[in-house]
Design a protein around this ligand. Structure first.
Ligand code: PMV
Length: 329
């Protein structure tokens, strides 16, 4: 049995951007994916979360960015805390206080950093002393992509077959990592119309291309790891871009079809291709929303930033570097 700490515990987790995407659950409850994925943790966007278990309370309380949360966000966090409480054999309610550090509401807050920070703070406050793999497995139960935010740099989520075998691990530090930059472009700040959970479900159950995605993803992952190992940025960018487009093809081929792109997403994609045509090595990747992340190297950051600042305004262009794994504050 774990020893419950009465002291609050604070953890910081950074967001990650998937280069080989996770898109589809084999098990919806345990969050076991159909495919393995690979991400880069970013230094610019993170969540700080403090958890304190308190036996004198009657219910959990959730505060996000100084606002008390109720309904769906609170239920999701309470369900997650139940997993922690079961593991630690405790039944105290908790206060969860979370701050998202994302430059001026850039629409980049993510469930990955949120659940990675919550997993770290809650497990420690509950007296559990988890290994990095165990922590990754726990974070996965809150949001799949959160299992990768336990680690800094490149992280690979090996899909596994069950709760025990599905977790992320860091990739060996590679030369390519040092030089990489991610230019985050914000075109929309609001919440997405179709959550990643809904979008994945629709893709898995209705896209005739889903089985092909599962096969292709494995090849893409092997190729990307090879490009990282060989320090081949052009290959790295090309595979990342291709894999993102293959994921989005699943939304267009679902029934009913849907897309996360808007007009500006397409404009940015074309501009990236134009820059590339003009000799600037840059590539795009897009998650379940219209915002775009441009992958480039240190030497081309100025050109990329300049191009997109003209289109979107400086405040919508943020340069990120590889970020660290979980930290206790
Ligand atoms: O972990 P979720 O449920 O937020 O899903 C993440 C889905 C993508 O961001 C589109 C891809 C990924 O691997 O992060």
């Amino acid at each position: 049995m774990a020893t419950l700490s009465n002291n609050p515990v604070t953890a910081r987790a950074h967001t990650n951007i998937a280069l080989i995407k996770y898109w589809g659950k084999k098990d919806d409850t345990l969050i076991i994916p159909y495919t393995s994925s690979l991400s880069l943790t970013l230094d610019q966007f993170y969540t700080d979360t403090t958890v304190q278990f308190d036996a004198s309370r009657s219910t959990d309380q959730l505060i996000i960015d100084d606002q008390i949360s109720s309904e769906q966000p609170l239920h999701r966090v309470s369900n997650f805390l139940d997993i922690v409480r079961r593991k630690a054999q405790i039944n105290s309610p908790a206060i969860v206080n979370s701050h998202n550090h994302v430059p001026t509401a850039a629409g980049l807050a993510s469930s990955a950093s949120a659940f990675a920070a919550l997993a770290a703070a809650a497990s420690k406050a509950a007296g559990l002393n988890l290994t990095p793999s165990e922590l990754s497995r726990l974070a996965r139960r809150g949001s799949g992509s959160a299992c990768r935010s336990i680690f800094g740099g490149f992280a690979e989520w090996q899909r596994g077959d069950d709760d025990l075998t599905s977790y992320a691990m860091p990739l060996k530090v590679a030369a390519l990592l040092e030089d990489i930059r991610v230019v985050a472009l914000t075109v929309e700040r609001g919440p997405k119309a179709i959550s990643s959970r809904q979008g994945m479900h629709l893709s898995v159950t209705t896209s005739p291309y889903y089985p092909t995605w599962v096969k292709t993803c494995q090849t893409d992952l092997t190729q990307l790891k090879l490009a990282i190992e060989k320090n081949n940025f052009a290959k790295f960018g090309k595979i990342s871009e291709l894999n993102a487009m293959r994921m989005h093809a699943l939304t267009l081929s679902a029934d009913p079809d849907f897309t996360y792109f808007n007009g500006q997403t397409l404009t940015i994609m074309n501009l990236v291709k134009q820059l590339r045509h003009n000799g600037v090595a840059c590539y795009y990747t897009i998650d379940a929303g219209p915002n775009v992340k441009v992958l480039c190297q240190k030497a081309s950051v100025a050109k990329v930033v300049d191009t997109f600042s003209q289109l979107l305004g400086k405040q919508n262009v943020i340069v990120a570097k590889p970020g660290p794994g979980i930290q206790y504050l």
